[in-house]
Write a protein that binds this ligand. Sequence first.
Ligand code: F6R
Length: 607
Amino acid sequence: MCGIVGYIGKNKANEILINGLLKLEYRGYDSAGIAVIENNEIVCKKDKGRVRNLYNLEGINELESTIGIAHTRWATHGKPSMVNAHPHLDNHNTFAVVHNGIIENYHELREELIKKGYKFYSETDTEVIPNLVNYYYKEEKDLLKAVNKACKDLKGSYAIEVISKDEPDKIVVARKDSPMVIGVAGNDKYVASDIPAVLEYTRDFYLLADGEFVELTRDEIKFYDEDLNNIEKKIEKIEWSEKATSKEGYEDYMLKEIYEQPKSIRETIGSRLKENEKCQFDDIEIDKNYLQSINKIKIVACGTAMYAGLVAKNTFERLLKIDTEVDVASEFRYRDPLIDEKTLAIFISQSGETADTIAALKLAKHKKCKTIAVSNVIGSSITREAHYTIYTHAGPEIAVASTKAYTSQVVLLELLAIHFAEVLENNSEEIETLKDEILQLPKKVEEALKTGEEVKELANEIYAQKDVFFIGRGIDFTVTKEASLKLKEISYIHSDAYQAGELKHGPIALIENGITVIGIISDKKLVKKSVSNLQEVITRGANVIVVTDKDLSKYNFKKIIKVPETNKLLSPILTVIPMQLLAYYVSKAKGLDVDKPRNLAKSVTVE
Ligand code: F6R
């Protein structure tokens, strides 16, 4: 949540900062601002609303400074407003700070500072930071030391950048539980909460770990631990291309990412699976003895990532015969879950920065579980916590609503389940069929994407509805959850997903004339059961749309959307495609901002 950019070098900072913020708008978009040092004074320009509004602020385009910090906000403390927007300055306009995360003890710190004579103008937790820095600078007379002391007072999470007019050629950066990277290109140095912000300038990045501090000057970068001892850090080459973070002619990132799925799935499969070979996972060392010793697999994640886990549970249980449970990270972490060294815990996070998922992983480690992170972002926080990390390699996902990351997560988990089955020597014909089918998935996803036009027509028919229901059984139910989330988050239509057999136990009371019910049907054994449930809602006036890989043309459904057939365990990867397209086109039909739905941000770094 919230995006940070910083720059020190030889070019005009304002252009680089705003350009970076525009690339980070998916992190937050209710207000934005920059601060630079011009003629030894801090100049701060900020406002509520989208990043592009910054261009209209008086004097912003004329700034000549070559050092600055910037922020795009997703409000936590205090409504979106000019005053609450970052950067925040201390009472003497000497220090400017941008901050991601939440300062949990800001109330106490604010009271303390008020007693010392400081005044506060915003409702944010962040405003305590520049004033604390001001307070400590009086004794330390050194920006890095003052920031370090201020950070020792902070409880909660933060990624911060600080500049000072008293040390005008320096940016100090600190992080704890909120991501931050430093990019370098010759003498130009960039700071960003997310790599895409500055990918057009460099591929060389230092990835900061918790408790680290950085001092950036025009000539050098120095890294420190939390006690300000010097530390060495290695540059990582980030392979994402800049093209991967542009829309490439698509109207929206979400549409581009939906259509990228054949490619992203190919990348996920990569060299892990080749025809007639065993599944390879070089990144984890889990042997037969260990797998025989465990009695539970826990998959923990949030939102769409958790729904990917729900799909994979079916494959883990079927191939490994090990009880596999899926949990929501924000519940898991506070429930004292029954896990121990006999539990293998898998954490899924596209961004690798989701606060609840990271906390859940730490808890699992504390309870002696072996942990695996499934992430899309190289070097993200979660990957540094887990015993092992496997990457989806789906490429950067910019739209807030997850699409290609979801299908890649499912594919990767399917491969992992197969790999474990092979390690356990649970060989079966089904495993060989699954492997063949996985290799065919990119082509089949291409076919499923051809439903685009008919789905668009359907979207134009249903976009004015108030409620849409999704139903399915077994593996199809897992897709209804994801389909329903996708629709509600970007179209703002209320929607719910139910196990088809559960309808009669309550929800069917909501079915009335003209309502849309979407059924997903791929499990051969359950076709008749699901069809009966759909007939029950038709009888009560519902318009039923079915997404299926079966021939159901003999039934009286209003519309049938056909996707290619595959193994039942993999069917969610195909049935979800028209559902992603439906959410997209409904949102477009309503004239909404598909990539930046209201109230949401791409990575949820606060709990
Ligand atoms: C929905 C969506 C979210 C994320 C969730 C977890 O489209 O994107 O539900 O899946 O916030 O995010 P990550 O995977 O980054 O941990």
